[in-house]
Structures are given as structure tokens and as C-alpha cells.
Design a protein around this ligand. Structure first.
Ligand code: PNS
Length: 166
């Protein structure tokens, strides 16, 4: 039987506990998950793609279940390159649904072999997004328990760099 490989795509700028919760939920369902970091999408990301891949790699290091890669272009083409047929996406609230529904159907149209599976993160993380994480961090809010400490450390360093160059 061929390995059940899932791709978990996203911007991950930066990765937070909501993302890690979804990855943990993939373990009983798949043989491997490829965390796929989209390159060059946001105009002013906090972290470069290489930095995001590096941080995720550091968090999941030594874990044979997860692989981290970056991709550009169509997600379905990346899926073919890594031999995966399942896209995993987190659904936090009904508000996520419309966008996710459109993407899932477009991806299936582009490649009928591809299915999208939605997973709900732990309730504690259902309001969490990378956008809010960056906003709260820049305004000095406490993100303990929502963002892994190594990521918080990188964010602090980046904020320091940004303020020094202003
Ligand atoms: O974390 P995000 O930003 O919500 O992730 C969005 C992502 C990366 C899943 C989506 O933008 C994507 O798949 N982009 C790759 C380009 C592509 O395939 N576009 C067509 C999607 S139907």
C-alpha cells in the first residue's frame, strides 16, 4: 500500500499553536505530513520563507512524520511533486468556510485526484491567526501558550531589528 501523504499548506507567518495542533491531529490519519510554506505571497511578511521554513523545521526537528518545504505556483502541482493526494486545512469558524470551500473545489477541479480534509483545532486556538499574533505582539500583548517560545524569541528579534532601522 502506498504511503498516505498529506500536505498542510499555508503562509505560516509565523507558525502558532493552532497550526501545531492541526499537525498533531494528522498523526493518526496519515503516514506523513508535508508542511508546505507558500513563498512570496504577502507583500510585507514578518519572516522570509526561508526563516519560516527554518522555524517550523526547528519545532518539528527529529520528527520523521513531518517534512517542511516551501512552494510557489499552484498547490496541486506541488502535491504531484511530493506524491500527495490530500490537502489538510484548519477550519476555525464558519467565517473560514467560504474561502476554504472555494479553494477546495478549485483545487479539486484543477486536479480531481486531490481531496481537501478540514480539521478543527482545539477550541483554545479557534480565534488564533498569524495576522492577530503579529498585531498583538507588535502592541506588546502576551502570547504565552499561543505561540511557541522559539517563535516568540524570533519575533522579538525581528521587532527589534525593525525598530532599529526606523
Ligand atoms: O495560510 P493561508 O495564507 O490561508 O494559506 C493559503 C494557501 C497557501 C493554502 C493558498 O493561498 C494556496 O494554496 N496558494 C497556492 C497557489 C494556488 O494553488 N492557488 C489556487 C488555490 S485554489
Amino acid at each position: 500500500m502506498s504511503a498516505r501523504i498529506a500536505v498542510y499548506p499555508g503562509s505560516f507567518d509565523p507558525i502558532h499553536h493552532g497550526h501545531l495542533d492541526i499537525i498533531a491531529r494528522c498523526r493518526p490519519l496519515f503516514d506523513r505530513v508535508v508542511v508546505a510554506v507558500l513563498g512570496n505571497e504577502e507583500k510585507a511578511p514578518m519572516f522570509t520563507v526561508a526563516e519560516r521554513v527554518g522555524m517550523i523545521h526547528e519545532l518539528l526537528r527529529g520528527d520523521g512524520f513531518c517534512r517542511v518545504e516551501s512552494f510557489s505556483g499552484l498547490l496541486v502541482d506541488f502535491m504531484d511533486r511530493v506524491g500527495a493526494a490530500t490537502i489538510v486545512r484548519g477550519l476555525r469558524a464558519v467565517s473560514d468556510f467560504e474561502y476554504e470551500f472555494q479553494m477546495a473545489l478549485m483545487n479539486r477541479r484543477l486536479n480531481p485526484r486531490v481531496e481537501t480534509v478540514f480539521m478543527m483545532p482545539k477550541e483554545d486556538f479557534s480565534y488564533l491567526s498569524s495576522r492577530l499574533v503579529k498585531e498583538v505582539f507588535r502592541l506588546g500583548g502576551n502570547l504565552e501558550g499561543l505561540v511557541p517560545p522559539p517563535v516568540l524569541a524570533r519575533m522579538a528579534a525581528r521587532l527589534g531589528e525593525e525598530r532599529a532601522t526606523r
